[in-house]
Ligand binder design. Structure first.
Ligand code: AKG
Ligand code: FE2
Length: 369
């Protein structure tokens, strides 16, 4: 496919109903598509002087034993809580092992997402993301937000708000049951991890649900699809960003691509069988008064394989005004952020370009960061 013909379609933007490629998946599958049109060139490491990844293994990434956290003796729990605290402080992300979520469920979730992405453009078009109604419960699209992106990222997505009200696309027929079970398990897992993190800050774990209105927490399920890219070094799946929630639980399909910034360097995170990767989000940085920082990460591409990641993001209810926990604020540690209603934070984050920690940065109260 000629780059020009593709470009003038203004495609990947509003063309699900037309006979043009409507996704990077479709584009990637076109036999004659061999080079990227300019609007998909989103990465030039030399120009940006970015640091290249330096580690080719992730053995240092902390692991947290979920079973010991919830079923261990009080001593074992205290030990895991301390490890959680260290992981949050030093890394902002960690692997969760012994989580008790059956592998069959995670595999079924990946499979049913793959079937969704295989639906026709017309079938998916019902949920097309217009980039403006960013709180629509089900959104399908490409890039991050095509209404504001300067360049297109090489990523197709399906985003579904699953709590406090559960939503599901009608197709494929298995989607509803599988996603309901998966998201319920993820919410339970995430809430227990949040409790451990809360305790590691010296706060009362039992008070967390009330403080963050977690009974009506905001939870979103996102599938990211990164098809093989003909020029992977010139494009990005997702640019460096932090996640907007309290924490994110991620599973991957076995293809490399996630990189996390740690001590100024990009570290590739190898998908580890039967584990979830958890990272701290912006709301946790705010409530912890900057003790636990949200972590920058990005998705790079493969020339050969399709990568899929499934993201569960947990956050306070939309009405919650998120501010530093009062017990973590003192004259020695003044509030580092001003409070903001979470619903306003997410709308702003989703309506603007994805760039580093730009939304959180707007709330900083002093320059000590
Ligand atoms: O694909 C990945 O591994 C990361 C996805 C991600 O960062 C996101 O959806 O926010
Ligand atoms: Fe992310």
């Amino acid at each position: 496919m000629a780059a020009e013909a593709f470009t003038c379609s203004s495609s990947l933007q509003n063309c699900y109903s037309r006979s043009l490629p409507s996704s990077v998946k479709e584009l990637s599958e076109a036999p004659s598509f061999t080079s990227l049109p300019q609007f998909l060139v989103s990465h030039n490491p030399r120009e940006r002087g970015e640091l290249e990844p330096v580690c080719d293994a992730d053995q240092e990434i902390p692991a947290v034993d979920f079973d010991l956290l919830v079923n261990g003796s009080p001593d074992q729990r205290s030990q895991v809580v301390r490890e959680l605290g260290r992981a949050c402080r030093d890394w902002g992300f960690f692997m969760v092992v012994n989580h008790g979520v059956c592998e069959g469920l995670t595999e079924a979730m990946k499979q049913t997402f793959a079937e969704f992405f295989d639906l026709t453009a017309e079938e998916k078009g019902e949920y097309e993301d217009d980039g403006v109604r960013v709180m629509s419960p089900i959104r399908v699209g490409t890039s991050f937000n095509t209404a504001v992106d300067k360049v297109r990222y090489w990523r197709d997505y399906l985003k579904i708000i699953v709590h406090p009200v559960f939503h599901s696309p009608a197709k494929p027929p298995t989607f509803r049951d599988i996603s309901q079970e998966y998201t319920t398990r993820m919410r339970a897992l995430g809430t227990e991890i949040l409790k451990g993190i809360w305790e590691s800050l010296g706060l009362d774990g039992a008070g967390m649900t009330l403080a963050l209105n977690l009974n009506s927490c905001f939870q979103i399920l996102v599938a990211n699809l990164y098809p093989p890219c003909p020029q992977p070094e010139l494009a990005m799946g997702l640019p460096p960003h932090s996640d907007y929630g309290l924490l994110t639980v991620l599973c991957q399909n076995g293809v490399d691509g996630l990189q996390v910034k740690h001590e100024g360097k990009w570290i590739p995170v190898k998908p580890r069988p039967n584990s979830f990767l958890v990272n701290i989000g912006d709301q946790m940085e705010i409530v912890s008064n900057g003790r636990y920082k949200s972590v920058l990460h990005r998705a790079v591409l493969s020339g050969k394989s399709t990568r899929m990641s499934i993201v569960t993001l947990l956050a306070p209810s939309l009405e919650t005004v998120v501010a530093p926990a009062p017990l973590l604020v003192s004259s020695k540690n003044p509030a580092a952020f001003r409070g903001m209603r979470f619903g306003d934070f997410i709308e702003y984050q989703q309506s603007n370009r994805l760039k580093d920690k730009s939304v959180l940065d707007l709330l900083r109260l002093n320059a000590r960061e």
